[in-house]
Design a protein around this ligand. Sequence first.
Ligand code: NAD
Length: 302
Amino acid sequence: RGGKRRQREELYQLSKASRLCVPAMNVNDSVTKQKFDNLYCCKESILDGLKRTTDVMFGGKQVVVCGYGEVGKGCCAALKALGAVVYVTEVDPICALQACMDGFRVTKLSETIRHIDMVVTCTGNKNVVGREHLDKMKNGCIVCNMGHSNTEIDLASLRTTELKWEHVRPQVDHIIWPDGKRIVLLAEGRLLNLSCSTVPSFVLSITATTQALALIELFNAPEGRYKQDVYLLPKKMDEYVASLHLATFDAHLTELTDDQAKYLGISKHGPFKPNYYRCRQTSPHTQNAHKHTDVSNRKYFF
Ligand SMILES: NC(=O)c1ccc[n+]([C@@H]2O[C@H](COP(=O)([O-])OP(=O)(O)OC[C@H]3O[C@@H](n4cnc5c(N)ncnc54)[C@H](O)[C@@H]3O)[C@@H](O)[C@H]2O)c1
């Protein structure tokens, strides 16, 4: 219970309190997990989940996506590609600026909610869509969550006597206001794609490979390489996971010349970027580059 973010925080807290009995790999924050599971998987499965449950047409629909992290970016790109008019809400100015530069209007939910056709939450936060927003939504507005378990929409506020719930088909409930207004709630606020569509096996392969390699690395590591602490995956391992999946696309990597490698100050065989390269997480823990292991001179099993 509590989702991956909570589990990650608990892991770091255990480590801080010196209560970890074994070394741990934080695979959730590896590049291959974040960039593929969160971004590309959600980019594809948001549309599938919405279609399977509502058969909605996307062209011209006004959609608010709450949160412009990896999941939000994927959802926004997919919805925009099908002609939806997409608005973004954000608390982080950097992500908000990214949304602006990608061509999305950044607004507060309260500013747009009256004319919105769909609301998608992707924040990992709680009560991002509250009763005050639900009360203002127009008839037929679709509300769903692509983020954190079932906390993002304040469902408790909808379980009151004046509102009627009508279960219209699997994973679809109509919440009916006293004046007849209906809100279409998908998967009772749980993750839309995991509840209502399928997850591409290619993405699962990337995530599962990352997890398996992390376990093998911990198992094979010589005494002393890892202490009772939390580590991010070595960058080289992230690169290895990606390289294993390149064959699917018949993609051919360019090899650095000796001269180019020397110029960049890196090994011809990777890692190709430093650990601090474009820190991709807002968590204070995962921005600690020292939590990576130094792989520059290290031999791995691959
Ligand atoms: N549906 C899926 O298949 C799937 C896949 C991966 C991750 N997730 C979950 O999705 C959630 C988001 O993941 P992510 O990788 O995009 O995280 P992220 O941290 O990159 O992005 C979340 C964004 O939401 C913003 N935010 C936080 N509170 C907000 C609020 N009240 N209003 C507006 N914006 C707010 C943050 O500033 C951040 O930019 C996590 O809970 C994650 O576990 C779901």
